[in-house]
Write a protein that binds this ligand. Structure first.
Ligand code: MRU
Length: 359
């Protein structure tokens, strides 16, 4: 995207290169020597910390579809590493099987462009035709690991670029989880928070609960508490009145796909926050790596929105929350028009409107 002009951000303060990461959670662990992928099963948070090994394409596909691993960058990275793990014990994996595996994982969730972007990177290695069998898998492993390393570096850069927007004492409202557990690094929306905190600023995060799967209250609140960052959970319907009461200074969210004109697809409920932020004169920032920017999609109307099972809304575990057969709307994402986005914080700098893809 688009850098019509990259403006020096206000009150820049020295921040460390990366946040001391000991307490920042990790979405997955990659054992490069054994080509083994282990994820933290996010469906069970905050009640239990359970790790799962993803050994087959079925494992990886299922983990992504059911949100055991989730968040746009994390699903791109784990799909790439998971593809390698799934063929790791085959001495001579067939090219056709690898191609089918890449295509299958690319379909596992439609909205986050990071997934199709990562799978396209692997397909370029296959199409290169330089290697076959075990050598092809070596080349795919190198590429998948690079995707992970790059994502971690992009998160750190987003942190450095966005931290200047967070003054000492800031109250930052966020939605869903765009933290470490959604990436290979320290997150996107939460990266500036971690970086500002590491620089000694006091920051309080308000995490919207994020109906229906509660990524805000289950995952963001857990991740921030573990990292020692003060956090308060609010229900989604409470956010606008917190803004009216003057208890929010800025909003920062992540993104699943940013179209060429700056329209942003993110977790359902994001659009309502952007409207409320504009009404109350608050900055509404989107933080995302370059891999989330999709110059091939002209605007938000062309972004495919995932619709999920109605029972995610009708039920909560064993509890029936609505009549069992009532009709339900359950889009997982919405689109926030570019005109409501104050700035987009990327690894390459802060982008200000008007947004325009340059390729
Ligand atoms: O359905 P999820 O939990 O994968 O949705 C995640 C989000 O909407 C995040 O805000 C987005 O992927 C950005 S993560 C850095």
């Amino acid at each position: 995207m688009p850098v019509p002009h990259t403006v020096p951000v206000p009150h820049t303060v020295p921040v460390p290169h990366t946040v001391p990461a000991s307490n920042v959670a990790r979405a997955f662990h990659w054992d490069a020597a054994h080509r083994a992928l282990r994820i933290l099963d996010q469906r069970l948070l905050p009640g239990a910390m359970v790790e799962r090994d993803l050994r087959t394409l079925d494992d990886v596909d299922d983990a992504i579809r059911t949100l055991a691993v989730r968040g746009a960058p994390a699903i791109g990275v784990t799909a790439a590493l998971g593809l390698v793990a799934a063929f790791a014990h085959d001495p001579a994996p067939a090219r056709a099987a690898i191609v089918a595996g890449i295509a299958r994982l690319a379909r596992s969730r439609p909205t986050a462009v990071n997934l199709s972007w990562a799978m396209a990177r692997l397909m370029r290695i296959v199409d290169d035709g330089q290697a076959d069998g075990a050598l092809l898998l070596d080349a795919l492993a190198t590429e998948a690991e690079a995707i992970g390393v790059e994502d971690e570096a992009m998160c750190a850069a987003i942190g450095r670029n966005g931290a200047a927007m967070i003054a000492d004492g800031a109250r930052v409202l966020t939605h869903c989880n765009a933290g470490a557990l959604a990436t290979a690094g320290i997150g996107t929306a939460l990266a500036p928070v971690y970086t500002a905190v590491a620089a000694g600023r006091r920051v309080h995060v308000i995490a919207c609960e994020t109906r229906p799967l509660l990524q805000g209250s289950r995952i963001t609140a857990w991740e921030l508490e573990r990292a020692g960052v003060p956090v308060t959970v609010c229900t989604d319907g409470m956010a606008a009145s917190l803004m009216r009461e003057g208890r929010v200074d800025l909003v920062i969210v992540g993104a699943d796909r940013i179209a060429a004109n700056g329209d942003v697809a993110n977790k359902i409920g994001t659009y309502a926050l952007a409207v409320a932020a504009r009404h109350h004169g608050l900055p509404f920032y989107v933080a995302a790596p370059s891999s989330t920017i999709d110059c091939a999609t002209a605007d938000g109307s062309a972004i495919p929105i995932e619709h999920r099972d109605a029972d995610e809304v009708r039920r909560l575990g064993d509890r029936q929350l609505a009549p069992p057969h009532v009709a339900v709307h359950n889009p997982a994402f919405d689109v926030t028009p570019a005109e409501l986005v104050s700035a987009i914080v990327t690894d390459r700098g802060v982008l200000w409107p008007p947004y325009r893809c340059t390729g």
